[in-house]
Design a protein around this ligand. Structure first.
Ligand code: ADP
Ligand code: MG
Length: 339
């Protein structure tokens, strides 16, 4: 019988990568979330070949201190929480300190960053978890992360990657959601040099909806704004006459993060009940704000699912407020139907 031992850091990172880095879109999501947490107002994402060849995320955030650059790639290294108590009041998108070490374990990563305006930055290159370069380099304030040859050292995972078009679709979806959740940040997405998304960053959610879904969709939107002692909801919901064939355009945002919640979706569909034709779905961008203690985001490695502590009250509130907006609107019938 073999003795029990603690796995070395590199193997531990590769195992974590299996959960955190499922595909190129997961890398884009993690890197952009880091850029958002860094207070950026402009985030540019350039990818090549569906992200399998390269993913570059450039931000104008506060950067990483030169002496912290190497630490950022250690497992469970984070600047975002300190004590266990912080876990119940998370206000940042990241906090697990897992993304960078996981990505660096399964790709070739380069980091160029500066935390001041003096042009003195740092360049790090890491291949399959091994630090190859760590030297001073000129850089404007902000961070540029480049991830090349994702899964080059994990052929089994690479084999499961779908077509460039499919991977690109997942990346676009991830970018749309982050742009919808952060209208005050300007996002750009380019694939093989072609611009796929551009938002202005002026804080106007309707402009982001137009950039993502088109101007006719933006015109079909009704504003929602409601508050009770525990929750605040705001955003836009489509007029019942304007419907879609699937529920992909239902975006629910909690604490600046896109989340998936069966309970919330059901509440939304109840609000539209009898107003929508069968098998048709609304377009919706709904931001929910609540005290961080009312929601647990630490239940899912990709943080896609959350746990609400008073879920039934929340669902009821959402259903009732959307219903009010829809019924108010329903008095004035309007034509128009889109796929
Ligand atoms: P987490 O986001 O959970 O803290 P990550 O592994 O994603 O963990 O990042 C580790 C740390 O590296 C972050 O806590 C942050 O301090 C720093 N960092 C990563 N990306 C950026 C960025 N774009 N700008 C500034 N700091 C960053
Ligand atoms: Mg992170």
């Amino acid at each position: 019988m073999a003795r029990i031992h603690v796995l070395d850091e590199h193997i531990a990172n590769q195992i974590a990568a299996g959960e955190v880095v499922e595909r190129p879109a997961s890398v884009v999501k993690e890197l952009v979330e880091n850029a958002i947490d860094a207070g950026s107002t402009r985030i540019e994402v350039s990818i090549e070949e569906g992200g399998l060849q390269s993913i570059k995320v450039k931000d104008n955030g506060f950067g990483i201190e030169p002496e912290d650059c190497e630490t950022a790639f250690y497992r469970h290294a984070t600047s975002k929480i300190e004590s266990g108590r912080d876990l119940f009041q998370i206000t940042s998108l990241g906090f697990r300190g897992e993304a960078l070490p996981s990505i660096a374990a399964v790709a070739k990563v380069s980091l160029l960053t500066a935390s001041s305006d003096d042009g003195k930055g740092k360049l790090l290159e890491i291949e399959g978890g091994k630090l190859m370069v760590n030297e001073p380099a000129p850089s404007g304030r902000g961070t540029e992360m480049t991830v090349r040859e994702l899964f080059y050292n994990t052929p089994a995972r690479l084999k499961y990657m779908k077509s460039i078009q499919t991977e690109l679709g997942h990346i676009s979806d991830a970018m749309y959601r982050m742009a919808l959740a952060h209208p005050q940040i300007s996002f750009t997405l380019r694939h093989n040099g072609n611009q796929l998304l551009q938002t202005l960053g002026g804080g106007d959610l309707l402009q982001v909806i137009a950039a993502v879904y088109g101007t006719s969709a933006a015109k079909a939107m009704l504003p929602v704004e409601a508050e009770d002692p525990d929750y605040r909801i705001s955003g836009y919901i489509s007029r019942p006459e304007w419907t879609r064939a699937n529920r992909n355009a239902i975006t629910t945002i909690v604490g600046g993060r896109y989340i998936r919640s069966g309970g919330l979706n059901a509440a939304i569909m109840r609000a539209y009940h009898t107003l929508l034709p069968i098998n048709r779905y609304p377009l919706l961008v709904l931001k929910l704000d609540m005290h961080p203690s009312l929601v647990d985001v630490n239940v899912h490695p990709a943080k896609l699912e959350v746990r609400f502590s008073k879920e039934n009250e929340l669902y009821q509130f959402v259903e009732q407020e959307l219903r009010k907006v829809l019924l108010g609107e329903n008095l004035i019938p309007r034509p128009g139907r889109e796929t």
